[in-house]
Design a protein around this ligand. Structure first.
Ligand code: NDP
Length: 476
């Protein structure tokens, strides 16, 4: 019998995805550029299900039922284009090519448009959850045409993570929508991790707690509103003792954070769209700063490290304040990420169901959290929400946390402990709720030096002040 679906690219992600498909009962054709990987998959895992190995792409295509469904799981970038170029001439109109790699959504839009010309469906599918997720149930964010999803949906939904019986997979929207949403997901992950790291740093440097004690604090937090995979594994990492040195592992790991670039993509796109994703940007920059080792050394030498004295008398209060600051800042980071998806949806005509995005991130991926149910409820209630912050639940949560949040920011600033995530989240919140912003002065300055004109609060039109003349106002 012909195979139901195919996977080409059998490194760790592709082979785990193929195994996941086979274990769910799908007859799956498998192919890799170099056949050694195909052979390894069959010899090690062939017994797990119904695999059809193929030596060449021609063989792979011939083994499939029509319309064909082929998942590409190769290195993102030029290799993906190379595979598409080789594959497309072998296919017929109506066939579906699914890119499950970490593609930039703009590449996905370009590829989708090109393949559409030939009658093929190109589906950029964001897949989250790493190797483990690929094997046991990832969060899947497919873009592409509705028609392609009618064919692919049942397969993808059955291999995705399931939470409360709901699959973590939904048709996100046309062309690059799936990869865009996956990108923002990664950006939010950056912000979430930065906030957690700041919470740890404050408890340590202001509260004087040891890593093992902070591990306990996080374990406790994981039973409340903050319950999430990242908070859970924070307790694991902080509680881990390095076997060789006997020190907390976190004290032995070099403090230079690396990045593969999806956080940077998110910020670059936010800049293009004009959406303030300050939390994600601060997280990306905080990683960059940590890696500027020479500069850190030079500045430390010039000014001294400024070791803050452990200042907090009431550690219990500090712990609870930091918990609240973390929660409020996290709400802001998600509000910003969802705002970016909304803006992109409007820009590209995607009609994204934002509540559904929260639903499919509940399982399989790094940012899975109890909190996402609240986000889904917020958008179910009011799909046109101006910001997550104004939903009743989140408004109350942030309002209740506000005093603690401010105390934490004040403490961080006065103790000299950098908390760019907490500080910028608070500034974002204060910015949005201010009656008047000093943007009016910015406009005045722009008009002064560049005759850029300004609008008035009291009447329509654009105006310019003759700054170098008699300073009268003229219509612009
Ligand atoms: P890699 O990104 O390491 O890519 C290796 C695979 O790409 C091999 O199968 C290799 O074939 C193939 N390949 C490379 N160049 C070409 C080419 N020019 N033509 C044909 N095949 C080529 O594999 P991973 O499994 O780590 O990742 C696959 C995709 O999934 C990537 O896009 C990656 O970004 C993404 N990914 C996603 C993760 C997630 O959590 N969502 C985690 C990790 C990866 P060969 O064996 O012949 O060299």
């Amino acid at each position: 019998a012909p195979a139901r679906i195919a996977v080409t690219g059998l490194a760790v992600m592709g082979s785990n995805l193929a195994r996941n498909l086979a274990r769910r009962g799908f007859r799956v054709a498998v192919h890799n550029r170099s056949s050694a990987r195909t052979e390894a998959l069959i010899s090690e895992h062939g017994h797990e299900g119904d695999f059809v190995p193929a030596e060449t792409l021609e063989e792979l295509v011939a083994s499939l039922r029509t319309p064909r469904q082929i998942i590409i799981m190769v290195k993102a970038g030029a290799p993906t284009d190379a595979v598409i170029d080789e594959l497309a001439p072998l296919l017929e109109p109506g066939d579906m090519v699914i890119d499950g790699g970490n593609a930039h959504y703009a590449d996905t839009r370009r590829r989708e448009a090109a393949l559409k010309e030939t009658g093929l469906h190109f589906v950029g599918a964001g897949i989250s959850g790493g190797e483990e997720g690929a094997l046991n149930g990832p969060s899947i964010m497919p873009g592409g045409s509705e028609e392609s999803y009618r064919h692919l949906g049942p397969v993808l939904e059955s291999i995705a993570a399931q939470v409360d019986g709901v699959p973590c997979c939904v048709h996100v929207g046309p062309d690059g929508a799936g990869h865009f949403v996956k990108m923002v997901h990664n950006g939010i992950e950056y912000a979430d991790m930065q906030l957690i790291a700041e919470a740890y740093d404050l408890l340590r440097r202001v509260g004087g707690l040891a890593p093992a004690e902070i591990a306990e604090v996080f374990r406790g937090w994981n039973t409340g509103d903050l319950e999430s995979y990242l908070v859970e594994i924070t307790a694991e990492v902080l509680g881990h003792v390095d076997a060789g040195s006997g020190a907390a592992l976190v004290d032995v790991i070099a403090d230079e954070a690396e990045q593969k670039g999806t956080g940077r993509w998110t910020v670059q796109e936010a800049l293009e769209l004009g959406v303030p994703v300050t939390g994600i940007a601060e997280a990306v920059f905080a990683r960059s700063l940590s890696g500027r080792v020479g500069q850190r050394e030079a500045v430390r030498r010039a000014f001294g490290a400024g070791e803050p004295a452990v200042s907090d008398q009431d550690v219990e209060q500090l712990v609870d304040d930091v918990r609240q600051a973390l929660y409020a800042s996290k709400v802001v980071a998600y509000a910003q990420g969802f705002d970016q998806m909304r803006a992109a949806g409007a820009e590209y005509g995607w009609d994204l169901d934002l509540g559904a995005m929260a639903t499919i991130w509940r399982g399989g991926c790094i940012i899975r959290a109890r909190f996402l149910d609240r986000i889904r409820e917020a958008y179910d209630k009011e799909p046109g929400l101006a910001s997550l912050l104004v939903d009743d639940y989140f408004r109350d949560a942030v309002a209740n946390a506000e005093a603690a949040w401010r105390r934490v920011v004040v403490k961080a600033v006065s103790a000299g402990v950098p908390a760019p995530g907490f500080v910028s989240a608070l500034a974002y919140y204060d910015g949005l709720r201010s009656e008047r912003l000093p943007a009016s002065l910015v406009q005045g300055l722009r008009d002064f030096f560049g005759a850029h004109t300004y609008r008035r609060t009291d009447r329509e039109g654009s105006f310019h002040t003759l700054w170098s003349g008699d300073r009268s106002q003229v219509d612009a």
